[in-house]
Design a protein around this ligand. Sequence first.
Ligand SMILES: [Zn+2]
Length: 346
Amino acid sequence: MRAVISPYYEATGPSQMLHRGSFVKHYDVLQRGQAIYSGLVEAGCTIETATLLDDENSECRDLILSIHDARYIDYLKNAWVNWSKIQHSSAEILPNISPNRHIAQFNEHPVALAGWYIGDAAAPIGEHTWRNALGSVSAVIEAASGLKHGESAMYALCRPSGHHACQDMAMGMCFLNNSAIAAQVLRQQFCRVAILDIDMHHGNGTQQIFYRRNDVLTVSIHGDPTHFYPFYAGFEQENGVEQGEGFNVNLPLPAGTHEVIYLDALNTAVNKILEFGAEAAIVATGFDTFKDDPLGCFELESSSYYEIGRMLKSLQLPTLFVQEGGYFVPALRENVRQLMLGFGSS
Ligand SMILES: [Zn+2]
């Protein structure tokens, strides 16, 4: 399998985030990128570094704007520079106030914009956030183009991830929705595209983006949001609206879910994708379902990813893996390797 990596896959991550009320070292550490890279190499993938696209590139700009709000993109591009002009501002932008049920008047002050466009305290914006996000998008566009031109499977190593990014809001370490942008590329070739999210956390951004569409099926297997991030979305009854009704599938699972239960849910997801008649699949690939992950609550083993890979292969569809989470660095290389070997990567 060809793997396309972001030119910034081993960039320094953000410094901190809020987790259960405390500031902790941010979990998106550069060693994640290095471990995933090693796993891909060991599984026999051919590694290519993506050519960096920016919004001067019309294809890249049009694809981003086909998913994201223009004012939000403008914010992401300029946020850090404008923030830095405020006296005594921090090195990274974090919202200290957000619009809510009772106050939601748009305001262009940098502090107000941070609250407006950043949905939680896990997505700080620093000097290189926009550059790194473009690196992820570059990798995913190049990988999706591979499928469009006849490859049977591709991997996009994106850092930062994308599945929590909504049309006009960053959250959960995500800024641009890489899987959604990939789906736009694949739709140029395939009539029906499925996005299957196997990250520990519900792919709320991807759901929001495609909630009214019937050409892209979104399926997510994740920790039950009753007790787990992102808390406000990911419930079973969220099925899509208008034309998109019936084209969003959520499969929430309880804390402690082990391989047998997980694979049963994955089997359900596979059948939904086949019923939909997908012509290509995007797998939003997270490894935070691993038993020791600091941000997870499932009990998957390294060998579970081999079984997941095998089931994904059974779809017999052109398949694009897009990197999402996975924060237990010591097992990340092996878990990537198992997934790729199960799928049959070489
Ligand atoms: Zn996750």
